[in-house]
Ligand binder design. Structure first.
Ligand SMILES: [Zn+2]
Length: 117
């Protein structure tokens, strides 16, 4: 039914890790995976039709749930996890002790994490 193509008109830009279910885009595949919750035997909608109805079917986190996890959207409208970004930055700083930490800067990287394409 749903088929995700690389050029989806629903996305203003070519999504990095775009979700065909909720149309959210993510800076990392890890975050994309994390926003898909529930069991994978059936979708949330299918679960509701079960006897008895189940509410643990797979679905996407909504924006409120993602904000509550501490995720934020960058200027491109892509979700990122500031904690993971900060952790990566600190790891980088440890490898290069001469570099001064610039923690006040907002994340403007284009995703140096794993990309889908
Ligand atoms: Zn989604």
């Amino acid at each position: 039914m749903h088929s995700t193509t690389s050029s989806d008109p629903r996305f203003p830009r070519k999504p990095l890790n775009g979700c065909g279910g909720c149309h959210a885009d993510f800076t990392s595949l890890r975050l994309f995976d994390a926003h898909r919750v529930g069991v994978y035997a059936y979708t949330y909608e299918q679960g509701l039709r079960l006897e008895p109805p189940a509410e643990d079917g797979r679905r996407c986190l909504d924006a409120e749930e993602m904000y509550s996890r501490g995720w934020e959207k960058d200027e491109r409208g892509r979700w990122f996890d500031p904690v993971a970004v900060e952790r990566a930055r600190q790891g980088f700083a440890q490898n290069r002790p001469s570099a001064v930490c610039e923690t006040s800067e907002s994340p403007s990287w284009d995703s140096d994490e794993e990309e889908a394409t």
